[in-house]
Design a protein around this ligand. Sequence first.
Ligand code: UDP
Length: 342
Amino acid sequence: MQKRLSGSARVLVTGAAGFLGSHLCDALLADGRSVVGVDNLCTGKALNLQHLAGEARFELMEQDICQPFDPGPVDYVFNFASPASPLDYMDLGVETLLVGSEGTRNTLEIARKYSAGFLQASTSECYGDPQVHPQPEDYWGHVNPVGPRSVYDEAKRFSEALTMAYHRYHHLATRIVRIFNTYGPRLQSRDGRVISNLMTQALRGEDLTIYGDGTQTRSFCYVSDEIEGILRLARSDEHWPVNIGNPEEWTILECAQQVLAVTGSASRIKFEPLPVDDPLQRCPDITRARRLLGWEPKIDLKTGLTRSLDYFRQCVARGEQARPVHSAARVTNLTRPAAGTD
Ligand code: UDP
C-alpha cells in the first residue's frame, strides 16, 4: 500500500513533453531512474525533450492516455498529462475533461497492473475562487461547476476523487499534489499565462496586459522548487492532497513591476477586462508540506524571473509572441443563463 518512489525504479511520466512533465523527467533521470515519457503533444512540445534524444534511460511514447496503453512494467506513475493553462484548457475543453477522467483511469489501471506507486498532478484550481485564505488542503473550495474554467477544475477534482477511490477500493499507494502557479524555463511563451505573457511582452517592448485592475493575487513557485516538493511527496507515505506552491503572494500589478525590473524594459501597462471567474486571490497554506516533507520553496520571484530570462529571450528571438486571452472568455459568461430563462 505504501509504495514509495525508490532508488532504481522504472518510472512512467504522462505529460512528459509539458512544462512540468519535462522537468520531472530530467529530475528522475538525474536521480538514476529510467523514464518512459508519454505525451500526445496536444499542448506539450517535443522541443522540451530534445536534449534527451541520446539518453538511453529515456523513451518517449506518442500516445493519448485517454486510450488504454501499456508502457510495460513500471514501479511508479506520475500522471501529469492535461492542458493546464487557462487558454489551452478553454480551447480543448472536452479533451481536458476526458484526460482528467478516462486518462486518469487508464494511468491508475497501469499502476494497479504493475503494483506501482501513483502520483496525481492536481491543482490549486480545486479551490476555485477561494473564500478561505490562504488555502489549506482541507478547504473544499468555491468552484463554479459550469463556468469556462470548469472543464479544468472539475476534471482535476474528478481525478482527485478517482485517485482516492483507487486508494480506498484497490489499495493503491497514491499521492495527490495540488500545484499552485509555477513558472520557469519551458513555460510556453504562447500559453497565455501571466508570467509568459508579461515576460514576452516586456522583452518585445510591448505593453504589458493586466486583466482587471491588477489587484488579484497569485503565488508563484519557481519550477525547481516545485519539482523538489513533488519528488519529496512521491517518496513519502502521504495519500491525502498536499499543496506545493510558494506562499509569497503578489498582486498581478506587483508581478508586472518585478518583470519590468528584471528585464529592464520600458514597456507600459495596459489594463484589459478581467476574464470570467478569474480567482481574486490564490495563496497556498504549505503547513502540511513543511511538516510532512520538510519542504519549502527557496527561490523568490525576482531570482526565479532572472533565471528564466535567457529562456524567454530565446522565445522572443524565435519570433514568439504573448497570447491574449480570448475576448469571449474575458467578457462573456457563456454559461450564465439570461434572467428568467430557468
Ligand atoms: N493575467 C493578466 N495578464 C495576462 C495574463 C494573465 O493580468 O496577460 C492575470 C489573469 O487574469 C489572472 C492572473 O494573471 O488573474 C494569473 O493568470 P494565469 O493565466 O497565469 O493563471 P491562473 O492562475 O488564472 O490559472
